[in-house]
Design a binder for this molecule. Structure first.
Ligand code: SF4
Length: 320
């Protein structure tokens, strides 16, 4: 059996998975919506990837997880490594672009910039507060305009005169969009203006004070939007690189970290049939009132976290 490595990037909006071989070639991948249930999302993700994965030829010997629910999914999948998104994205990107200096990442609900120097992370910033620089903003405006968000990029490229849209925050942008539509601006110009607004917001908020150095790689679900890519290139006056696996960079990166860790643990797709339940419980042992997250597999407590002291562990085992 040949060895394979599984990386899972589980965020609040989307869940991404990649399986790679020893040469870091992608054997299977999937991208689905998390829909508020990370465990179910991962089960569906694994079912999707299993269809493309040759279990007679390969065996997954190590799993890595990243993203906001990385700890939970690390427990569920028996991961060897659990890493933050910044590290995972940086590793996944430098593997393909060894000279990369700047990574723009715009996802469904958050966005970040990672600066790389000499192959390692030198600085980063994240934005989780303002939706105007994220994919969810584009999705909601697409709905408002009656256009599929997947078509936004191509439509934006047909505009020579993007409508200026106030990009400070979602509320301003939305009312400005309605105003511009009433003034008779065409749909293609408004869509191109929205792509520019996302870029302006991102550069002004997430990249504030950061020096953008080429080569620049653009990732995350929004990197598929060619209108936003062009708006970035016009704004920074440099080429922006996007590749087919850009939306999977975190999962790819954490799969590489799992491979490099050398920590091997056999993984079975059968976890998709196992019943996992999570419960948040209040320790109540002192005024800190720690909220402890407990994970149960088929009714049995398999892990917990969130307690600030050891007494929380005892409380979880004896009281809950
Ligand atoms: S885990 Fe420790 S610090 Fe947190 S509430 Fe319980 S006793 Fe207090």
């Amino acid at each position: 059996m040949k060895k394979a490595y599984l990386g899972i990037d589980i965020g609040s909006i989307s869940t991404k998975g990649v399986i790679i071989n020893e040469n870091r070639d992608v054997l299977a991948s999937s991208y689905i919506w998390t829909e508020g249930n990370p465990v179910n999302a991962v089960k569906n993700l694994l079912k999707n990837m299993r269809e493309d994965f040759d279990e007679n030829k390969y065996s997954i010997v190590s799993v890595g997880t990243t993203g906001s629910a990385r700890k939970l999914i690390g427990v569920v999948t028996g991961a060897s490594v659990v890493k933050n998104e910044i590290t995972a994205h940086a590793i996944g990107t430098t593997d393909k672009y060894p000279d990369v200096r700047t990574i723009f990442e715009i996802g469904g609900q958050d966005s970040k910039i990672i600066l790389i120097d000499g192959g390692i992370v030198s600085d980063y910033a994240m934005n989780t507060l303002c939706a105007a620089g994220t994919g969810s903003f584009l999705s909601s405006q697409a709905k408002r305009l009656g256009v599929e968000v997947a078509d936004f990029g191509e439509i934006a490229l047909t505009s020579d005169n993007p409508t200026p849209i106030a990009a400070r925050c979602t509320v301003f942008a939305e009312s400005d969009l309605v105003h511009k539509a009433q003034m008779g601006h065409s749909k293609k110009d408004i869509i191109a203006g929205l792509c520019k607004a996302v870029v302006t917001n991102y550069l002004n908020n997430v990249c504030k004070g950061k020096k953008i150095v080429s080569p620049v790689v653009f990732q995350g679900g929004v990197s598929k939007n060619t209108g936003v890519k062009r708006a970035f290139e016009e704004a920074i006056g440099a080429q922006v690189l996007v590749d087919d696996y850009g939306h999977l960079a975190g999962a790819y990166g954490v799969a590489i970290i799992a491979k490099k860790s050398g920590a091997e643990k056999n993984f079975s797709f059968d976890i998709t049939d196992v019943d996992f339940v999570t419960r948040g419980v209040n320790c109540g042992g002192c005024a800190n009132s720690c909220e402890i997250i407990c994970v149960y597999r088929s009714g049995e407590l398999i892990d917990s976290w969130g307690n600030k002291c050891e007494r929380g562990n005892t409380a979880v085992k004896t009281r809950f």
